[in-house]
Design a protein. Structure first.
Lengths: 279, 88
């Protein structure tokens, strides 16, 4: 009897009944469970994969670029050689300057830069279907929810939306559904900036404001910080306002390093974020 | 392992790897292809993508999972119709 029972059970659980789809679903549910129960371990486990993706991305760009026109490449090569010599000299100067600044603002090895935390970007769009970044710093480095994230040149990029011990997620200003209060143009007319996805931002403003293509858009930070420029103004004769298409000052698709800072701006209310347990 | 099983396995694994390594439109392409043979793959890859990248905040739904579920349902229905047609 016992033998028959076992045989039947084995028949139900035989590998022949398990399709690839079922296995894939079980795996995805397992991964989801790990993320919910151990978010820090989850990101630690996937970081090597994200790093590999970055390497592949860089290699593939170089590969496809090598198919360019040979004559143009030769000319470009000459130009780059001369630029390289100039940059080498400049680099030497900057190394000296960096040493002086490190002495003034702290130890660069700890990742602390002036009043912020230097963070490497582990995952970014377009691999990520949402406009979010995964950073390799978390609570252990002093990162907390609601802090503002800046790119090169102090360009505001987004807000820390969730944190674990060693990692954090950034919701970019361009994320769909994200709302940021800001200003546009030299006059500093206030407007509500909405994320449009894919690194783009939109805003609606009165036609009388006289916003034109090329006007700079600012976000709050320590003062007004430029986050992008108006690239298109869509107006509808039947509407009182115009819709602005804003391109960010820094391309989120190519971010490698960012700085996380507590700017004291109350973003949490205008920019709803996740809880740390739902990273 | 027969050829069809091997093809389904490769498509499933490539879809998962693509979620991490390639931009999402590539993943969508692989998933669409895999859906013809394994209707559950879109849902699985959608869940996996959201586990990796989704950050819940106001007004944003887990699009990858929802799209995957919709595609899985459509693929399942199409396959059932095709099977019924073959039996006739």
């Amino acid at each position: 009897m016992k033998r028959t029972f076992l045989a039947k059970r084995n028949a139900l659980l035989s590998s022949a009944n398990l399709s690839w789809g079922t296995l894939a679903l079980a795996f995805a549910l397992f991964v989801l469970l790990v993320r919910l129960l151990a978010p820090n371990f989850f990101l630690q486990a996937f970081t090597p994969a994200f790093r590999a993706a970055e390497t592949i991305d860089i290699t593939s760009h170089a590969f496809f670029n090598s198919f360019g026109d040979t004559a143009a490449l030769a000319a470009r090569n000459e130009q780059l050689v001369s630029e390289n010599a100039a940059l080498s000299n400049e680099n030497r100067t900057l190394v000296e300057k960096e040493a002086s600044l490190t002495a003034l603002f702290g130890d660069a090895n700890t990742g602390k830069v002036s009043s912020g935390v230097l963070a490497g970007v582990v995952a970014r769009p377009p691999t990520s279907p949402y406009d979010t970044l995964v950073l390799d710093v978390g609570q252990n480095a002093g990162v907390t929810r609601g802090q503002e994230v800046f790119g090169a040149g102090g360009v505001p990029l987004g807000i820390i939306s969730s944190v674990t011990g060693d990692f954090s997620r950034v919701t970019l200003f361009s994320a769909p559904g994200a709302k940021t209060e800001g200003w546009v143009g030299k006059a500093g007319i206030s407007l509500s900036i909405s994320g449009a996805g894919g690194g783009a931002l939109t805003a609606t403003i009165s036609r009388l404001a006289g916003v034109v293509v090329g006007d700079t858009v600012f976000a709050p930070g320590p003062g007004r910080l430029p986050i992008g420029n108006v690239v298109r103004v869509d107006s509808d004769a039947s509407a009182s306002g115009v819709t602005l298409l804003i391109m960010p000052a820094q391309n989120p698709f190519s971010l490698s390093w960012v700085v996380v800072r507590d700017t004291g701006v109350a973003f949490r209310n205008s920019f709803p974020v996740a809880t740390s347990t739902t990273l | 392992m027969n050829t069809m099983n091997l093809r389904n396995g490769i498509l499933t694994i490539v879809s998962f790897i693509s979620t991490i390594l390639f931009p999402w439109p590539f993943t969508a392409f692989f998933v669409l292809t895999a859906a013809f043979f394994e209707p559950l793959v879109p849902l699985a890859v959608g869940l996996f993508a959201d586990a990796l990248y989704y950050t819940p905040y106001s007004g944003v739904w887990p699009t990858a999972t929802i799209s995957g579920l919709a595609l899985s349902v459509i693929a399942g229905l199409v396959r059932r119709q095709l099977r019924t047609g073959t039996m006739r």
